[in-house]
Design a protein around this ligand. Structure first.
Ligand SMILES: [Zn+2]
Length: 352
């Protein structure tokens, strides 16, 4: 086998596997331990694998992760019995032999068939063939076995699977829609969580915001192609910094939350982005509130994010924005008038 070069990786089985791990469906955690398990067999060059052989390594991994977090699936998932049995085992209610029998019977109902599917399409046929029905086993394919001989790659895929699994646990725990709290990091091919008040690459959220404010700049309202709009923190991240400097504690508001992000053109984002202490003048805060309420009325998971960050009711959310604006003033940040000339020519606030 010739050593793969980096450029060969573009259309390859390992990139397909990354796609499965990151984007494939998961109503429960099963695809993660299943993949790590077949990778282990492939490393040992074992090709014909029965459910009995899969059970122990598969369930060991679930036990390990469940000890870190009990949230291993969406509530009410099929195969609930499997996860419940793992929990019962951890609680000392059933022994490992019983758990292994349950795993054999319940643990692979969907995952063997569903693993290579992303969306509605099977994206790779070269990992294994599913012969459970006729021969009670899966058979690993040569290309996958070959991949497993590359020990660095195996380490990367294994660790990548673990970190994606950890993240998914937090998503289930917080009951938040994954697309809103995570970003896809092109460089590391890893999913990252939107962290509290740290500067982040937020571009993946741009299309989401376009659904609510249209293909226009939030401030000047001129239309732009999506590529010419930038994600902008309405209240700058510097609020958190100023707050910390003054009070010596963290601001309890995540400025990276959806309700504080808008799409803006370079012209508007330019001056505001350059002066990190700028906050928009009052009218824009009402605009933001109106935009946020649209988001709340559209999709449940997005509504939950705004509720968690700003408040349960419309009134509470407006009140929270007013408080945050007062805080900007208190911390001597600078009010930004917005693109005044453009504004006047459009007479945007004529009626406000
Ligand atoms: Zn603009």
């Amino acid at each position: 086998m010739s050593r793969k070069t980096f450029s060969d990786y573009k259309k390859s089985i390992d990139n397909d596997i990354r796609t499965i791990i990151h984007k494939g469906k998961n109503v429960a955690c099963y695809k993660f331990p299943f993949f790590q398990t077949i990778l282990e067999f492939a490393k040992k060059d074992i090709t014909h694998i029965t459910r009995e052989m899969l059970a122990k390594p598969h369930v060991d991994k679930i036990i390990k992760h469940m000890k870190k977090s009990p949230f291993q699936g969406q509530t009410g998932v099929r195969n609930g019995k499997m996860l419940q049995s793992v929990k019962d085992h951890i609680d000392g209610k059933i022994n490992i032999e019983k758990l292994l029998l349950i795993t054999e019977k319940e643990g692979f109902k969907d995952v063997i068939r569903a693993f290579p599917v992303v969306g509605t399409k099977k994206i790779n046929n070269n990992i294994y063939s599913d012969e459970i029905k006729n021969n009670k086993k899966i058979i690993l394919h040569d290309e996958f076995l070959e991949l497993a001989q590359d020990s660095n790659l195996v380490k990367l895929l294994d660790a990548g699977t673990d970190s994606r699994w950890d993240l998914q646990q937090r998503v289930w725990e917080k009951k938040i829609h994954p697309s809103a709290i995570i970003n896809y990091d092109e460089n590391s091919k890893a999913l990252i969580e939107v962290r509290f008040n740290q500067r982040l690459h937020l571009t993946p959220i741009k299309p989401t915001l376009t659904n609510y404010q249209g293909d226009v700049c939030f401030y000047c309202r001129r239309p732009y192609p999506l590529n010419d709009l930038e994600i902008e923190h309405f209240i700058p991240l510097d609020l958190a910094k100023q707050f910390y400097l003054k009070n010596n504690k963290q601001l309890k508001y995540n400025l990276n939350n959806l309700g504080n992000l808008v799409n803006a053109c370079v012209e508007c984002n330019g001056p505001k982005g350059k002066w990190h202490l700028y906050f928009p003048k009052k009218q824009f805060w009402y605009e933001l509130h109106a935009r946020n309420e649209q988001i709340c009325n559209s999709e449940k998971p997005l509504e939950i994010i705004l509720q968690n960050n700003l408040g349960k009711t419309k009134e509470e959310r407006l009140q929270k924005l007013i408080e945050l604006r007062d805080l900007c003033i208190e911390l001597h940040m600078i009010e930004w008038d917005g693109p005044t000339e453009i504004f006047n020519s459009l007479q945007y606030y004529k009626n406000n």
